[in-house]
Write a protein of this length. Structure first.
Length: 537
């Protein structure tokens, strides 16, 4: 039977209406994908029940990049629209979150791309939050409300597939940690919804078993105005990081950058080492080597020669046993104690770790920047007055038993500038060790050597509370004294010895020298007589 043309049109309208209602009916969410309908629509004639009819002509709905965690009202997010207003929302956390040493029970979600833990960050183009004033995460900081409309949303999770995904991600990005997520907070910013977001980014906080991590995920980013930055900062900037492309004008490329080999994602461990530690870790550019039942040593070419007790070296070995050696790689048979006078080396904590522990040791050299400023300040504090200025720093860090934070943590920092050379040894927690351990340094034939007492008397777990420079957990040493200034001093000395006799005078001068050295003066000086007057009693 043939239908008239009018009936065919009517049937088409009815079928489109049925299809449209089916698409907009609420459906259970079964995947982690967020979708928004396409912008292509066709308006149809009104029908008798006065219902609006919209036909979907796009083949597929929009899908967020796969790296994104679920977001949007359809999956239960709390949402806030941003329309020319500087919005911020205080959120009570169902589980406390530790951010670089500080634990928080709440945070602010802010329209300008920030999560801040301390106080609401000031918005606007003339204020950069990355100034050490607050503890915060900047997924992508910008004054969005002046130029865009959009939506910010967030949700907390304590069970379900999101926790499983977070567990998998953290163990992938920070392996091996055997991490198990127990809480996840997802915050997502979407701007210029047309209807698909032209600006899309997300922060994911993850905690469990004493570990805290966060992910930053990036999608498309339209042209932004005024200043932009992405990263994190802490009070006094003790821990901080800026993603380079966020601040060099290449922010639209963030979706192609990563620090964990997952395009568009940056991942960070929010655990904080003790404040005495210099920056370390792959996220800050360290070269890392994993230790898992293997005995490894790695040669490192130095950007600047380092003088170690009279010998100048252009390379060293970084070794899993907690040793930096300048001469040859110390025997990997740890039954032989390296403190035998065969090598020039520094041992922050020598032990046969690989038989009992897994972990990571890492290193990096610096020739400019804030690390050199910090080294300069430290050396002038401990060995004043030298007016020392660091020109090169080498930082080596050992971390064992990552659960996910290290149960064994120690570090060596080599510092040089001018003709001076120094080294620091920093100590954090130390789990129970097996077999022999020792900390200190030694040289060929043991001409210069030192062993930290608590490293060999069974009290090695107390190293984090010991020091020789009044800074708990730190030991500092001079390895090359450079060229010292010639200075003069004058004083009167009364002695009952006959100082006109050269042997008596020499004995007294040596006693004076020993007293000056004991009060902190370098031993590289001489005392000579100028005049001796013999007076009768």
């Amino acid at each position: 039977m043939k239908l008239s043309l009018v009936l065919q049109h009517l049937l088409l309208i009815i079928l489109v209406l049925a299809l449209t209602r089916a698409q907009w009916a609420p459906q259970p969410t079964s995947t982690a994908t967020s979708t928004v309908p396409s912008s292509e629509t066709t308006t149809l004639p009104a029908i008798t029940d006065q219902s609006a009819v919209v036909a979907m002509t796009s083949a597929e709905p929009w899908t967020a990049p796969a790296i994104f965690y679920p977001f949007g009202s359809a999956v239960g997010d709390t949402e806030y629209s941003v329309i020319g207003s500087e919005s911020q929302v205080s959120v009570a956390l169902s589980t406390p979150f530790t951010f670089f040493g500080h634990t928080y029970n709440s945070l602010y979600v802010i329209y300008n791309g920030l999560l801040t833990f301390t106080m609401t960050a000031i918005s606007g183009p003339y204020y950069s939050p990355l100034k050490g004033r607050e503890d915060f995460i900047a997924a992508l900081w910008n004054d969005f409300d002046d130029y865009f409309t959009g939506v910010i949303s967030y949700q907390q999770y304590t069970s379900g597939s999101v926790l499983n995904r977070a567990t998998q991600d953290i163990n992938q990005h920070f392996s091996p940690v055997n991490f198990q997520a127990s809480w996840v907070f997802v915050a997502t910013w979407r701007y210029n919804l047309q209807p698909n977001p032209q600006i899309l980014f997300q922060a994911v906080l993850i905690s469990g078993g004493g570990g805290s991590f966060f992910l930053l995920n990036y999608g498309d980013c339209a042209a932004l105005y005024e200043g932009t930055e992405a990263g994190y900062d802490t009070i006094n900037s003790i821990s901080n990081f800026i993603i380079p492309d966020s601040a060099n004008g290449n922010y639209q490329n963030l979706k192609n950058t990563t620090n964990v080999n997952v395009t568009g994602r940056w991942a960070f461990n929010a655990w904080a080492a003790p404040a005495i530690f210099y920056p370390f870790g792959s996220t800050l550019g360290d070269t890392e080597h994993h230790v898992n039942n293997d005995e490894n040593s790695y040669p490192v070419s130095l950007l600047t020669p380092f003088t170690f007790f009279g010998h100048t070296y252009n390379s060293l070995y970084a070794i899993y046993t907690g040793v930096l050696s300048f001469t040859i790689s110390p025997t990997l048979n740890v039954d032989i104690n390296p403190f035998g006078g065969n090598d020039d080396f520094i041992a922050p904590l020598w032990n046969d770790y690989d038989d009992y522990h897994t972990g990571v040791f890492s290193y990096q050299q610096y020739t400019n920047g804030s690390v050199l400023d910090r080294a300069t300040q430290d050396i002038n504090q401990y060995f004043s007055p030298t007016n020392f200025k660091a020109s090169w720093v080498f930082v080596a860090t050992w971390r064992y038993n990552l659960q996910p934070n290290p149960a064994i943590l120690f570090q060596v920092v080599l510092i040089s500038g001018g003709d001076w050379s120094f080294f620091l040894m920093n100590y954090g927690d130390c789990a129970v060790l097996n077999e022999t351990m020792e900390a200190g340094y030694n040289t060929m034939n043991s001409v210069s050597n030192f062993v930290i007492p608590d490293s060999i008397n069974g009290n090695y777990q107390n190293l984090k509370n010991t020091t020789n420079v009044n800074v708990p957990g730190r030991w500092a040493f001079i390895s090359n004294k450079g060229l010292e200034n010639i200075i003069g001093t004058q004083f009167k000395l009364t002695s009952y010895l006959d100082l006109t006799q050269s042997n008596n005078l020499e004995a007294v001068l040596q006693q004076i020298k020993q007293e000056l050295v004991s009060r902190g003066l370098s031993g590289n000086f001489e005392i000579k007589k100028r005049r001796v007057i013999k007076q009768q009693p």
